[in-house]
Design a protein. Structure first.
Ligand code: GUN
Ligand code: ZN
Length: 435
């Protein structure tokens, strides 16, 4: 039985676009959050001590939120992060594929998976939808490392049987066997879920896409993750490879890959018909602003997607993105919307990175909020760690102004500690705490 005292922030409903005082915002300054057997059981005002029998930690003056959910990230791309000079297709060839090749070695994959998940926890993300590599051992290593940490993970071996270098291709028969094997061993085991993981249309043959669709049809509890319409040269290539498809998204629709548990990264270059298809099948788009800016891919019109009824989550897309920090990702999201003449509130942004992502993944009973019954996946944040952010927050006039400034200025330096299922899994080194 653990009680944490801090300012509690989460959401009970989706905030409307542009609303700085939404009803679904739950702000409970100076409260105890009560945790029993790894789950949240309630909250009560700070002055009222939880009583004997509770292990208490008093973090008055800090912010306690649900752990962030990174809905699209590549664990084998930390070696390729911040690589100079290319757009998507050149970047894959020159930096990304070589980085992923090294994960063929089970020892590299095991160490890499552990390092990656520890890095996620050190940036405030307690759950993620992750691409490993084509190698079965990479998925194995990732599920194993997430299980050791008790983390909520959605992942699957990457499918790619063409247009990729030697050592990074599978074939339909082998890939199907490996998927079935991984699904039987990891899907629904602990906090792991399997995602049928198509890299993107150009690197799978029609036969492999059909196999992936058959896996989805056979078990509707499986997730599906892929990339779609990220970059204009990529879109033109898909048009060449699949001349019979109406659009890039239609390649996936025809293969049976679009459903309620599909997570599609990017979706920058979609038309109205595509958007309606996404709305009708209930798939979500993972908006990756850091990656879209870094790779020069384009500007994602979040409000237009929301208005059309499509679910949108936010994601780092490291190594296309340049930071695992969700605050940095959300700050980039704000800037992208600003370029489109829109204004992203802190509430829409923070909701998308917590409860919104959980809902889109059909996991809202487990993650994304401080609701009683949810797993205690929590991050304790400092409001400020330096003179500039401390001053800015001190002069903030209302709650939205304060949270917006925090979201824009904070990053992993502000993270005091991370809890997964009620266990502390990351704590900032003591020397980094300011007085
Ligand atoms: N499209 C296909 N593969 C990738 C990848 O690894 N990263 C990004 N951002 N886009 C992709
Ligand atoms: Zn990606």
């Amino acid at each position: 039985m653990i009680a944490l005292r801090a300012d509690l922030l989460d959401f009970t409903a989706a905030p409307a676009w542009g609303d700085t005082q939404p009803a679904g915002l739950r702000w409970r300054p100076d409260h105890w959050l009560l945790i029993e057997h790894g789950r949240i059981t309630g909250a009560q005002p700070g002055p009222q001590h939880p009583g004997p029998g509770w292990h208490t930690e008093d973090h008055r003056g800090r912010l306690l939120m649900p752990g962030f959910i990174d809905s699209h990230v590549h664990c084998a791309q930390l070696d390729a992060i911040a690589s100079y000079g290319t757009e998507l297709l050149g970047w894959l060839e020159r930096y990304t594929y070589p980085s992923e090749l090294s994960w063929a070695d089970p020892a590299v994959a095991a160490a890499g998976a552990q390092g990656f998940l520890d890095a996620l926890l050190a940036h405030g993300s307690t759950a993620a939808v992750v691409f490993p590599t084509v190698h079965m051992t990479s998925a194995e290593a990732l599920f194993g490392a997430a299980s050791e940490r008790g983390m909520r993970l959605v992942a699957g071996k990457v499918l790619m049987d063409r247009h990729a270098p030697d050592g990074l291709r599978d074939d339909v028969t082998q890939a199907e066997r490996e998927c079935i094997d991984l699904i039987s061993r990891w899907h629904g085991r602990g906090r792991n879920s399997y995602a049928v993981t198509v890299r993107f249309a150009p690197t799978s043959t029609p036969a492999q896409l059909a196999m992936a669709g058959a896996l989805c049809r056979a078990d509707p509890s499986l997730y599906l993750q892929t990339h779609v319409a990220e970059n204009r040269a990529e879109v033109a290539w898909v048009q060449q490879l699949f001349p019979q498809a109406r659009s890039y998204l239609d390649v996936y629709a025809r293969s049976g890959l679009l459903h309620r548990r599909s997570v599609l990264a990017h979706g920058l270059w979609l038309d109205d018909t595509d958007t309606a298809v996404l709305r009708d099948c209930g798939a979500q788009l993972a908006f990756c602003p850091g990656s879209n800016l870094f790779l020069g891919s384009g500007l994602f019109d979040w409000k237009a997607r929301l208005d059309a009824g499509v679910s949108v989550s936010v994601a780092s897309d490291v190594g296309g993105g340049t930071s695992l920090s969700m605050q940095r990702t959300l700050a980039d999201a704000y800037k992208v919307q600003a370029l489109l003449g829109q204004r992203l509130t802190a509430w829409v942004a923070l909701h998308a990175a917590t409860r919104g992502a959980a809902q889109a993944l059909q996991l809202e009973h487990e993650i994304g909020s401080l609701e009683a019954g949810c797993t205690a996946d929590l991050c304790l944040w400092d409001w400020a760690v330096g003179a500039v952010d401390a001053r800015r927050l001190a002069v903030a006039q209302d709650l939205h102004e304060k949270l917006f400034a925090w979201m824009t200025l904070a990053d992993e330096r502000h993270l005091h500690s991370t809890w997964v299922a009620g266990q502390m899994r990351h704590q900032r080194a003591a020397h980094r705490t300011l007085p």
